[in-house]
Design a protein around this ligand. Structure first.
Ligand code: BGC
Length: 887
């Protein structure tokens, strides 16, 4: 059935310029009924799956509306053509599930390769064709599958080997710490950089799987591995290459004492300080067969990390973008400064021609002094400097391997001659999470904020969520991670990334249940500040709410319970009265730390109770709900002052926290709200004085209390303190502080933690909301806040169940709204009436509401109801263009 758009709808679409361009590619809109976007454990065609019962995901596409899957059939095969389900043929399973479908076939073998496809039946029993074939590979599932031993002794290791026949399949499994680069027959394997991800190595180290089938040949082959210090601060390699030959024979090449070692051209490497590369020490051919490795020594046996080995099952770090410098200046003779125009994580690629032994020094900075020289003061002890020593053989191109910097500016000295604009490129490096969301609105400052939020967020995804990308930290500070998690879940495909990070958190938990401020734990305390430690329950909960992941809840429930019980052991009079280090961190107006800690104590207990409920553990759900009620009562008693109507000191944060979790009982709510409103609207002229904690909740509180206009005033400020103020002062990523500072103090210019406003853009302005009860966008509430002078806004999010779009544009007496609802989901779409009379609502030219009555007939629309201020449309899956007109 081709999908035809009525003429009238086309006119409306014309108005929705922004929205249209966003959603043209929306899944489920065009083409025949088909399942698409097949994923295993959240990843597309992953290798190295190390769970015994992986979960499969797909997205049913359907050109019709109001559609749903009623049954599916999954075929999993060991043969690429995937005709028969020799591993699993589910048969026709009556089920609406197309996410988290647990593999139920034959038990998976180590180092296996599986091919799978799926078909589904729609609500009318119509059967889709099979999807295209996807694949996944299992890793080395047991310790005994690893045959090699840990080796090291130098930063380059090599091994030649013979392949007696043609190669059918070859997979390399590498744990090269701290960082490694795998090379086979003269070429780098894959496009990952800075592998493997950073973990608590003595608890869990990650190995990376590469399909290297096409890199091998019959006869002589060679493998070379370069090692860098990374966060492991040492060098150790465990390697295994499993090869299947034509005819079914298999062989393995593993790290052992037969490997050779030699120090190569990377003469120094450090995450913070940078890399020094002496190209004169290159040994061409070292990673190829037939290389004369005289002078190389036997690889040394080294102690590997003590932890388990687990596969890296999240998007690897990659070079994601290349920046062309905006300009080059010469603030002093022979000092060249390149402006990349964007603060990012990564490094520079250098192109240079010159004499052997000439050393080009590259220094990285976020800031410039007024004389145009780079300002590295705020990097503290991080040297952020790369050095390239030329071999002197014509044009040389180089980029480092085992470091990264946070920078906008690159200073080049020691350059032979004068560099040109082509001498330097900026390489943007971060975890390769897919962009999942987009947001745009008619107010330019909002688009500017969206830009600095998303640049700040993605460039701080470096296998873990980092606090910053430039100074001597770049750590998994948990407060920063929890503060921005919802924003990240809307903007990026974070499911696999957070699945790994939640394991990282569990890895640091001790017997007493405590976790740490940073994960992996380097800085900060154990036990973590409660507002930081809450990342553990909150991230688990968000993975359930946004992605419907109950496995994470099951796996983490014991750890979460231990954590909550630890908090309980610290409670006095039901609250955390003396347990806080950072509280509402970097606020303009301080809030007592204890109220922040107590708020999170309540929140964590509440979440644990909700998780117990989801897992069907009614007894513990009840017990923790009771504990939560007790904390709630204690909170109000301790912090509410009936004379002033304030919580604690009446800061914006204190009152917002009480309102956000409904800790204020009915008779106190009005007073606390009134005080918050006055403080914000009058005392501070619509400016926040909150730190990262208050900022996360206050915008949503304003919207919930029917004051999105005020939230919008706050969001669109351009004077201190505001996001717009950062932009006015040249920010290209979010700052750490509301204040503008550039000295040696704590003032990173790429710190994502104030980016929580990003989720408010989607929820309030675009209006994309999760149902409060039903997880993962199976039920959706599209309720845009059409505030003040905002004339349009649009948001599109590729959720786990498919794309959701909410885009609107209003005119004087009319409103057009585009909504996309995934197959199998339902939406409630709330359109404001703007005090208009004689409202007519149509969809694609068909009237669905007139004379104050619902008019049936538009496909997929299930009803329209009227409230005091809005029309509420109920709709099934599909793409809709509504038009509301009135007088
Ligand atoms: C980090 C923060 C972190 C904080 C803890 C800082 O040094 O950069 O983002 O959350 O310490 O208070």
């Amino acid at each position: 059935m081709p999908f035809a758009i009525p003429v009238k709808a086309l006119i409306v679409i014309g108005l929705l310029t922004f929205c249209f361009s966003l959603t043209r590619a929306a899944a489920g809109e065009e083409g025949p009924i088909a399942p698409a976007a097949l994923r295993c454990e959240y990843l597309i065609n992953p290798l190295g799956i190390d769970v015994q019962l992986p979960r499969l995901f797909w997205i049913p596409r359907h050109p019709g509306r109001g559609q749903a899957q009623t049954a599916y059939q999954v075929i999993v095969s060991t043969v690429p053509s995937c005709e028969k389900g020799d591993a699993w043929d589910s048969g026709k399973v009556p089920s609406a599930a197309f996410t988290h479908v647990v593999y139920k076939g034959k038990s998976l073998a180590s180092d296996g390769r599986y091919y799978w496809k799926v078909r589904y039946w729609d609500k009318d029993g119509q059967e889709s064709p099979y999807s295209a074939v996807a694949s996944f590979g299992t890793g080395l599932l047991t310790k005994g599958d690893w045959q090699g031993s840990w080796i090291g002794g130098a930063n380059q290791l090599r091994k030649e080997f013979d392949v007696p026949g043609s190669v059918v399949r070859a997979t390399a499994y590498v744990c090269g710490l701290g960082y490694h680069e795998l090379r086979i027959n003269g070429r780098k394997a894959g496009s990952n950089v800075l592998d493997p991800g950073w973990t608590t190595y003595d608890t869990r180290a990650l190995y990376v799987a590469h399909d290297v089938t096409s890199m091998l040949k019959a006869g002589a082959n060679a493998v070379g591995v370069m090692l860098g210090d990374g966060w492991f601060k040492g060098k150790a390699l465990l390697f295994q290459l499993n090869i299947e030959l034509a005819g079914g024979k298999t062989m393995s090449v593993v790290s052992d004492a037969t490997w050779k070692a030699m120090s190569g051209p990377v003469v120094e490497d450090s995450v913070y300080n940078g890399e020094t590369y002496d190209a004169r020490l290159e040994m061409p051919g070292w990673d190829e067969p037939g290389f004369a490795d005289k002078g190389w020594t036997k690889a040394a046996a080294v102690a590997g990390p003590r932890g388990v080995l687990s596969a890296q099952m999240m998007p690897p770090i990659r070079v994601m973008d290349t920046l062309v410098p905006l300009k080059m200046t010469t603030p002093r003779p022979d000092v060249y400064v390149f402006d990349m125009g964007q603060n990012a994580s990564g490094w520079a690629r250098l192109r240079v021609t010159g004499a052997r032994g000439a050393a080009v020094k590259l220094r990285f900075a976020e800031l410039l002094y007024s004389d145009g020289m780079i300002n590295q003061e705020n990097l503290r002890s991080a040297r952020a400097q790369d050095v390239y020593i030329l071999k002197g053989e014509g044009e040389e191109a180089w980029e480092p391997r085992f470091t990264y910097h946070g920078f906008r500016y690159v200073e080049v000295t020691g350059f032979p001659g004068v560099p040109t604009a082509d001498s330097i490129r900026g390489r943007v490096v971060h975890s390769s999470v897919r962009q999942a969301g987009s947001f745009a609105a008619s107010k330019p400052v909002l688009n500017g904020i969206q830009r600095i939020v998303t640049w700040g967020q993605k460039t701080n995804l470096h296998s873990i969520p980092t606090d910053c990308n430039q100074r001597d930290e770049r750590m998994g500070w948990m407060g920063d991670a929890q503060g921005t998690a919802e924003e990240a879940l809307m903007n990026f495909d974070m499911a696999a990334f957070y699945t790994n990070f939640i394991r990282d958190i569990r890895d640091v938990q001790d017997a007493a249940g405590t976790i740490t401020d940073t994960v992996p734990h380097i800085w900060g305390s154990r036990p973590a500040d409660p507002a930081w430690g809450t990342a553990y329950p909150l991230l688990c909960w968000y993975m359930y709410r946004y992605c419907g992941d109950t496995r994470i809840l099951e796996e983490q429930y014991p750890g979460l319970k231990k954590y909550v019980e630890f908090l309980r052991s610290k409670a006095e009079n039901g609250l955390l009265l003396k347990y806080s280090y950072y509280g509402d961190w970097v606020a303009v107006d301080k809030t007592p730390g204890a109220i922040v800690s107590s708020f999170y104590y309540y929140y964590d207990v509440k979440i644990l109770s909700d998780i117990a409920q989801v897992l069907g553990n009614a007894a513990e759900a009840k017990a923790y709900a009771k504990l939560a009620e007790d904390i709630k009562a204690a909170f109000h008693k301790e912090y509410f002052d009936p004379k002033t109507g304030n919580y604690a000191n009446g800061s914006q944060t204190a009152n917002a926290l009480a309102l956000f979790l409904e800790l204020a009982p009915d008779d106190a709510r009005g007073a606390a709200w009134g005080n918050l409103f006055d403080n914000l609207a009058y005392k501070n002229a619509s400016h926040l004085t909150t730190g990262i904690i208050g900022t996360k909740y206050i915008m949503e509180v304003l919207t919930r209390f029917g004051n999105s206009d005020l939230a919008y005033d706050v969001a669109t400020q351009t004077t201190y303190p505001s996001w717009g103020y950062m932009i006015e002062n040249g920010a290209t990523t979010l700052w750490e502080l509301w204040q503008r500072r550039e000295g040696p103090s704590m003032n990173s210019h790429n710190h994502p933690m104030f980016g929580s406003v990003g989720v408010w853009f989607y929820k309030a302005l675009a209006g994309i909301n999760l149902d409060p009860q039903v997880a993962a966008f199976e039920k959706i509430r599209l309720e845009p806040q059409m505030v003040r002078d905002l004339m349009f806004a649009s948001g599109a999010v590729d959720t786990i169940r498919g794309r959701v779009v909410s885009a609107w544009r209003r005119e004087d007496r009319s409103l057009a709204m585009e909504a996309v609802v995934p197959v199998g989901s339902e939406a409630e779409i709330v359109l404001p009436k703007f005090n208009l009379r004689n409202i007519v609502l149509s969809e694609g030219g068909k009237v669905v509401w007139a004379d104050k009555k619902y008019v049936s007939g538009a496909e997929g629309v299930r009803g329209v109801e009227e409230t005091a201020s809005a029309l509420v449309i109920k709709a099934g899956s599909g793409r809709y263009v509504f038009e509301l007109r009135g007088e």
